[in-house]
Design a protein around this ligand. Sequence first.
Ligand code: PXG
Length: 458
Amino acid sequence: MTSTHSNQTKHWQYIDAQHHLHPFSAHAELAQEGARVIVKAEGVYLYDSEGKRLLDGMAGLWCVNVGYGREELALAGYKALKELPYYNTFFQTTHPYVAELSQKLAEITPAGIERFFFANSGSEGNDSAVKIIRYFWNLQGKPNKKTIIARKKAYHGVTMIAASLSGLTSMHPQADLPLPGFVHIDCPYWYGDGGNETPEDFGLRIARALETKILELGADNVAAFVAEPVQGAGGLIIPPSTYWPEIQRICRKYDVLLHVDEVICGFGRTGQWFGSDTYGIEPDMINMAKGLSSGYQPIAAVGLGSRVGDAVFNSKEEWSHGFTYSGHPVAAAVALANLEVLQKEHLVEKAGGATGAYFQKKLRELADHPLVGETRGVGLLGAIELVRDKATRDRFDPALEVGYRCRKHSFASGLVMRAIGDTMVLSPPLSITEAETDELFDLARHAIDLIARELGYL
Ligand code: PXG
């Protein structure tokens, strides 16, 4: 069949609109406009079915840390597919890929995290983590310690438990969530909620909301506090320096487990291997996905410190949990190759060094724009908050859809930039060069200029 690009694109858009249910999409609008068809990717660039090139300022969904088109990862997957395309890790069985990946993770994850359970997505990881937390307290003879405290604007995934942990309220009503036993406290969103307080005072006050909630529920009823080091999908909320030390103190004081969701922050995103390293957090357990394989294969892992890990390992009974694809050989092989690239090319050190510093410098340069209330970021994470009035931090009427329109301009001019409300978010591959970073911020400024012009600011 011969066809022009456009005919082919229309065909894919048509069959897709007929038969494909998309995550987080309004389907009526999608069918009308037609989905963007991405056919190829290389380095930091995506190519659509019309041949248009896009700089991927989001590394896919915050995950392609080593960039696209890595031969090493493709070859590792191919080799595993030929040698051992599948075998499971149930019933006293293992294989070299998952054994070696577990050992590697023990080396690079925060101190004390040494045992790993594998899942296929960040959501499954968090579901598994909650089952482990419940089992842990049952084993301790404290079956009442069951309530889990998470935060508003948190994103922990979409399965029933992961969505219950999540504090983005738009995720709850369609499925009657959260389930009982999950509560949410305020998050350390200083620019939005801090008013005249210093970030440090605000960080302490918001951390102490955890203590208040524990006392209200009774420490004997609280199992764990669950949080991302930097909240990603909730709007890139970066905690003031006082926040995490106080959270850590409170968790220890009341014997509440600290489960840190490293799905976005893990594998170099914040400039160190884990967000826990960047913020000095000592978690009891962590969840990781995305950057673990740079998104090349679906794989997640829950890492356990000795307290929780020993309890599960030393229990005489069988642990009744696991997925057909837990520790899948191909995914494990690709994850290993990905970690090798991160190490060999010092991508994490660069994210915490020159690459990250350059990205943050370019990000801050946008702060002078009349529409930009705040820029904030760490490592290779950046947020640009668009406001109606810089002096008062007044926001735009949501009906104006300022962020969404800015994102559309950005796409049209060749940059994938995420809009979370009116906050524009960037999270490019860690492999991004200075020239590509320049291009990224030129395109971002151009998109913000276009929306500013439409709103009469320029
Ligand atoms: N925890 C965190 C911190 C996440 O960011 C998950 C868990 C769930 O992972 P899975 O693999 O089940 O999706 C995530 C996922 C966005 C966006 O647009 C963010 C995520 C997923 C999809 C879209 O910001 N984060």
